[in-house]
Every structure is written in C-alpha cells, then in structure tokens.
Design a protein around this ligand. Structure first.
Ligand code: PEP
Length: 264
C-alpha cells in the first residue's frame, strides 16, 4: 500500500507570528497515531523557525523551490545542499506558478528535479494542464511532455525517489476542483505512462492531487484508487481545514487497505 501524503504549500504567505500560531494549532490536534505522512512547505525565510517548531514531531517540512548546483554566482537562489542542512526533506519542482509566472521551462525543471535528488531531497514534481489545453483535448500530451522531459534527463529509476502532484492549472487557487473521476483519470494516465518505462516504479510512486482541495471535497478525491494524497494551497493555511484533510486521508487509507485485504 502506498502511504498517503498530505502536503501544505504555504506559497508566499505568513509572518513569523502566523507561522508559529499555525504550527502550534496543527501540533495541538495532530493525531499521534497518524498513518498519513504530513509535510508543510513554508517560504525559505520561515524554514529555520519551522525546523525548531517541528522538532520531536512526525511532521516533515520542505521547500517550495531550489536552484541547480550546490553553490555559485546565482544571486537570489538557494541550493539543495543548503536546504538539506536545514533538515528539509522534500522540495516542489515544476509548480504551475513557477512555470507560468517565472517562465520555468521543461529543461530547467528537469535540471531542478535532478538537483533535488543529487542533494538527497525528494522532489515533488507538479504536472498539469491549463484550461485551454484541457478544452483542446491535449491534457495527456502536455503531461507526457512534462514527465518525459524529466525521464530523458534522469532515467525512470529516479522516480523511485520522487513524488508526483497532478495539479490542473485551472483548479489551483480558483475554487474549481477536478471531479474525483476527472482527477482519477489523469492519475491513472500518469501511472500508465510511467509503467511503459517501469511497472514497479509506476505502481509504487505516490501521486498527489492538487487544486482547491479542501475539507469538503478531500474525502471523495482521496477515495480514488490512484490518488495517494494532496498538495494543498489555500486550505493548508488554516489548521482546522488542514487537519480535516489529514483525517480524510487517514480514513481513505483505511478503506483502501480493507478493500485490498478483501480482494486478496
Ligand atoms: C497549490 O498551490 O499547489 C494548490 C493546489 O493551491 P490551492 O489548493 O489553493 O488550489
């Protein structure tokens, strides 16, 4: 069984005080026997504080971005090795906001994915189509390109140490959510696409859904067989909604476990 992962992408939000309150509120109600892996992704400047606040908990923390290489004349950038020193375990790569606002192209995203692995970090590769691409019927083509650009640089084996997040661009921060069936169809496609290269890796990799996931819709999305968790933006900034999504993941995992047992 793939262990569920719920990751909170805080984007460019939060002050030191707000971060302290949010982590405090999450810790206060965090289930000690959680079967769900939980990760928060604060800004770079909040990482040290988050590191202190999450000491002696099972909640991990990651970064929202990194640059390639281990050091160099790259003003304003942060290397994977620097993140690793701060106890960071995961890093987002290819988030649609990086692709669209910061014009990150496939080649740079692939290089960042490799840099994350080289630094000993787990990349969470975000893929997804825009509204127009969906309407033009090229969702699978776009996602194949996003995956293949990485596979051709790193080889399929690299996906053993990675996570994928399917995030339809039209659903991010818009309040629109893919229906569970729409999301499941793309998740299954991603798994099938990877299986063309290596079946074991395709079966084992965790594929998260992201795009306006919240307490109200998490259960139905997480119930889908190929949805292994969520990458949550807005709803991760409030402890109560983030905890409700974690709870939904726990329940979905239990149910999937039961179904697997019944089937075997
Ligand atoms: C995201 O930032 O990856 C995201 C899915 O945001 P939201 O949940 O706000 O749509």
């Amino acid at each position: 069984m793939r262990k569920p992962l719920i990751a909170g992408n805080w984007k460019m939000h939060g002050s030191l005080n707000q971060v302290q309150t949010l982590i405090g509120d999450i810790k206060a109600k965090f289930p000690t026997d959680s079967t769900t892996q939980v990760l928060v992704l604060p800004t770079f400047v909040h990482l040290s504080l988050v590191q202190q606040l999450l000491k002696n908990t099972t909640i991990s923390y990651g970064a929202q971005n990194l640059y390639v290489g281990s050091s160099g004349a790259f003003t304003g950038e942060v290397a994977g090795a620097m993140l690793k020193e701060l106890g960071v375990t995961h890093v987002l790569v290819g988030h649609s906001e990086r692709r669209s606002i910061f014009h990150e192209e496939l080649a740079l995203i692939a290089a960042k994915f490799k840099a994350a692995l080289d630094a000993g970090l787990t990349p969470i590769l975000c893929v997804g189509e825009t509204q127009t691409e969906r309407e033009n019927g090229i969702t699978e083509k776009i996602i194949s390109e996003q995956l293949d650009s990485i596979i051709s640089l790193t080889g399929i084996a690299a996906f053993q140490r990675a996570i994928i997040a399917y995030e339809p661009v039209w659903a991010i921060g818009t309040g629109l959510t893919a229906t569970p069936e729409q999301a499941q169809a793309v998740h299954a496609f991603i798994r099938q696409h990877l299986a063309q290269n290596k079946v074991d890796i395709a079966k084992a990799i965790r594929i998260l859904y992201g795009g306006s996931m919240k307490a109200e819709n998490a259960a139905s999305l997480l119930a889908m067989p190929d949805i292994d968790g969520g990458l949550i933006g807005g709803a991760s900034l409030e402890a109560s909604s983030f905890l409700a999504i974690i709870h939904a993941a726990e329940q979905a995992f239990q149910r999937k476990n039961e179904l697997t047992k019944e089937g075997s």
